[in-house]
Design a protein around this ligand. Structure first.
Ligand code: SF4
Length: 101
């Protein structure tokens, strides 16, 4: 009869895969293009976000960036071509799709 041993807990938090950032189109860009200042006026915000989204549209890692931002609580800024509100909608859309499956 073999003696049972307690299982060792070896689980650890998955380390985030940030490798995709090395190919980001925004590498070296001014972060203020993606994160507006506090109190930014609507017209300025729209202009800034339009410029950021244009960069995202041609980014080779846009999907990875968006997946990252949607799966984590990235509350601020433009990620993967979507602003905060658009990411919230995308998060809900993905949850609905996952729940329907
Ligand atoms: S999708 Fe936009 S924010 Fe994301 S890495 Fe590319 S350029 Fe940067």
């Amino acid at each position: 009869m073999s003696q049972s041993r307690p299982r060792r807990r070896t689980a650890s938090l998955p380390s985030p895969a940030w490798g995709w950032q090395n190919s980001a189109a925004c590498l070296g860009e001014d972060l203020s293009l993606f994160f507006g200042p506090e109190g930014e006026r609507q017209a300025e915000r729209e202009l800034r976000e339009r410029r950021a989204k244009r960069l995202c549209a041609g980014c080779p890692v846009r999907t990875s960036c968006l997946d990252h931002a949607v799966s984590r609580p990235e509350k601020y800024g433009t990620w993967g071509g979507l602003n905060e509100e658009e990411r919230t909608s995308e998060r809900r859309r993905r949850m609905r799709r996952a729940n329907a499956a």
